[in-house]
Ligand binder design. Structure first.
Ligand code: LIP
Length: 270
C-alpha cells in the first residue's frame, strides 16, 4: 500500500519537523540547569519547559502547513480537525529521563487518517536514531529497513517494561514476578515510545506497559507492525484520550507473553 499524495506530503513534512523538534530539545538537554521543571500527577510525573517549547514548535508548524488537520499533544491537548488527518504528538517521551540527564528520551509523531495510524516517526536525538514507518511501506532506522527479532525467546530476549503511578504497583510487580519466574528478563528505559521502537529494531523482544497514553505509543506501534511485530493497544480511535495497556512483541513469543500478562492479572485479582 502506498500513501496518498496528501498523506505522503505530511509524512515528508514530519520527517524534517521531527529533526528540528529533536534538535530544539537537545539544546535544553545540554543546559538542564536552566530548564524549569514542574510536576503533574505526582513527583515522578514531570513536565519541563522543553516539553512545552517543543510541542509549541510542532503544533505551530503543523497548523501553519495543514491548518485543517486535527492535533493531540501531550502538553496542549486535543483540537479536532476537518481534513481527515490527525496528528498525535509527544514532544519529549521519557521526560523523567530527560530532566535527570539520562539520554533515553525521544520525540514521537504519529499521523492518522480517519481509521488508523498511517505514518509513525520516533527521533532519539542523543543517539541520533530516527525510526520511520508508513502503513504498508515498511519500517526504517536511519534509512535502513528493520525487522523484529524472529529468533528471540522469553528466555534469551529482553522485555521492555513500562511503569507509572497510574496503575497499582501489584500490576507491575505481578508481571515482573511472572517474567522472572519464566526465566525472562526486563529493562525499563523510561521512554515507552523509544522502547516500542526498539522492539521494531530487534533490540527488545517485546514491550509491555499496563497503562500508556496514545501520544506515547501510536507512532512506535506502527513502526513495530511494519517491522513484522504484533501490537495491541485499545486506546486509539474514540478512546484516544483514555490510554490503556500496550503490547508490542515479536510474533513467536506473543502467546507466551500474553500468558505471563494474564497470569499476573489473575494473581492480582485473586
Ligand atoms: C512516559 C513514558 C514512560 C511510561 C509512562 C509515561 P512521558 O511518558 O515514556 O516510559 O512508562 O507511562 O507515559 O511523560 O515521559 O511523556
Amino acid at each position: 500500500m502506498t500513501l496518498s499524495s496528501d498523506a505522503a506530503r505530511r509524512h515528508d513534512f514530519a520527517l524534517s519537523l521531527i529533526r528540528e523538534a529533536g534538535e530544539l530539545a537537545l539544546v535544553s538537554f545540554r543546559d538542564l540547569a536552566h530548564v524549569a521543571v514542574d510536576t503533574k500527577l505526582d513527583g515522578q510525573d514531570v513536565v519541563s519547559a522543553a516539553d512545552k517549547a517543543v510541542e509549541a514548535l510542532i503544533r505551530s508548524r503543523i497548523a501553519g502547513a495543514f491548518p485543517d488537520d486535527g492535533f493531540l499533544g501531550e502538553e496542549t491537548g486535543l483540537s479536532e480537525g476537518c481534513s481527515g488527518f490527525h496528528w498525535t504528538v509527544d514532544p519529549i517521551d521519557g521526560t523523567s529521563c530527560f530532566v535527570h540527564g539520562l539520554g533515553s528520551w525521544c520525540v514521537s509523531i504519529a499521523l492518522s487518517d480517519r481509521e488508523k495510524t498511517i505514518s509513525g516517526l520516533i527521533f532519539a536525538p542523543v543517539s541520533d536514531d530516527l525510526y520511520a514507518a508508513t502503513i504498508g511501506g515498511g519500517a526504517y532506522l536511519n534509512g535502513a529497513a528493520i525487522r523484529v527479532d524472529t529468533a528471540t525467546t522469553i528466555e534469551t530476549g529482553l522485555v521492555g517494561l513500562g511503569a507509572s503511578h497510574r496503575v497499582a504497583p501489584a500490576e507491575i510487580s505481578g508481571f515482573l514476578h511472572a517474567l522472572l519466574t519464566a526465566d525472562g528478563m526486563f529493562v525499563r528505559s523510561g521512554s515507552g515510545a523509544l522502547s516500542i521502537a526498539e522492539v521494531a529494531a530487534g533490540r527488545l523482544a517485546a514491550y509491555y506497559e499496563p497503562h500508556i497514553n496514545a501520544w506515547d505509543c501510536l507512532a512506535g506501534l506502527l513502526v513495530v507492525r511494519e517491522a513484522g511485530g504484533r501490537t495491541m493497544f485499545p486506546g486509539a480511535g474514540r478512546r484516544l484520550l483514555d490510554g490503556g495497556p500496550v503490547i508490542a512483541v515479536a510474533p513467536q513469543i506473543e502467546t507466551r507473553l500474553l500468558a505471563l500478562i494474564e497470569a499476573a492479572a489473575h494473581k492480582a485479582r485473586s
